[in-house]
Write a protein that binds this ligand. Structure first.
Ligand code: CP
Length: 332
């Protein structure tokens, strides 16, 4: 969280309003819901550590990670501490009764930890895990990525960062680099549709396709879409680019696979410093992480590459979301 301490006269936090009870899918989120969270996240960016710690003193975040994570889990745990709370939970299911002889169900695990904590964050291998958790949880549930279904907080974060670069999401065309069938794509497309983006251009690994449900979301929103054949073509066609790891793991697996990554990524898919200095110099680029050869470290200092800015702001975004959901839960 920001170390730029503000004065004691920092503006008061925006009043909390009614978000959906859970954050498991962006399909039901309204424009006002995003703006609510982003307004609070902006406020948090400019607030002192002491002010932030008065946001939700004593709040307890329950962390249920059935699948690996660096950014999402740790930014949620840091966010809970920054707003005055703390966290309990697991990131290795084999240490719990859900991962041993008893194979305790997701529903029972959620009800147990939900009886200790004030809010839960869940990453899971099953597509429907967040919905199942929300159906039984006594407290709000946030999806931190479930199967191939959705990754709502990553999309909320990236749309916030993109909006700050473009001023508005309405009418923009976004480049999407990676597999269009993954959970992040689904959440991102819901968000772009909500903000009436003009369209999306996919640059995707050979053999992947835009799935029917994503096509249907785009059609309902009257958003155009097409595919590009190279990073150069993509950069010439869009206002901003969001990138995911070009080589994805299987989101239905919990553990590290003995997997040899491809030796070299086809140059058509690489956004290297040479390309970015020739083409698309004014096009903002973000990456969900973990970044791979599609966006090499040599690009980090380019003014339009915002990978680590997104990483940092992930704490503020998730802290704002926790604060809003906790406040809403207290009022119910
Ligand atoms: N972007 C993202 O989900 O990263 P982690 O897997 O490290 O949480």
């Amino acid at each position: 969280m920001t170390q730029q301490l503000m004065s004691a006269q920092a503006p008061p936090a925006p009043p909390a309003t009614g978000l959906p009870r859970h954050a498991v899918s962006l399909s039901s989120w309204r424009r006002a819901d995003y703006e609510r969270v982003w307004e609070r996240a902006e406020w948090m960016l400019g607030s002192s550590t002491e002010t932030l710690a008065r946001t939700a003193p004593g709040a307890l975040l329950g962390v249920l990670f059935y699948q690996n994570s660096t950014r999402t889990r740790l930014s949620f745990e840091v966010a809970a501490r920054r707003i005055g709370g703390s966290s309990v939970g697991f990131c290795d299911v084999t240490t719990t009764r859900a991962g041993d002889f008893y194979q305790e169900s997701l529903e029972d695990t959620v009800r147990v930890i939900g009886s200790y904590a004030d809010i839960l964050v869940l990453r899971h291998t099953d597509d429907d895990a967040a919905e199942r958790a929300a159906a039984v949880s006594p407290v709000p549930v946030v999806s931190a990525g479930t199967g191939d279904r959705e990754h709502p907080t990553q999309a909320m974060l990236d749309l916030w960062v993109l909006r700050s670069k473009l001023d508005s999401l309405t009418g923009v065309t976004v480049g999407y680099v990676g597999d269009p069938a993954c959970r992040y794509a689904r959440s991102l497309v819901h968000g772009l549709a909500t903000f009436h983006a003009a369209g999306i251009v996919f640059l995707s690994p050979d053999g992947t396709r835009v799935p029917d449900d994503v096509r249907a979301t785009l059609a309902r929103a009257r958003m155009s879409w097409r595919t590009a054949g190279s990073a150069t073509e993509l950069l010439r066609a869009v206002d901003a680019v969001t990138i995911i790891p070009f080589e994805l793991s299987d989101f239905h697996e919990s553990a590290v696979r003995s997997h040899t990554r491809s030796a070299r990524l086809d140059q058509r898919f690489v956004f290297d410093a040479g390309l970015l200095s020739r083409t698309g110099t004014g096009v903002p680029l973000i990456h969900t992480g973990p970044r791979g050869p599609e966006l090499p470290p040599e690009t980090d200092d380019l003014p339009n590459v915002h990978y680590f800015e997104g990483v940092t702001k992930g704490v503020h975004l998730r802290a704002a979301l926790l604060a809003e959901l906790l406040a809403g839960h207290r009022r119910r």
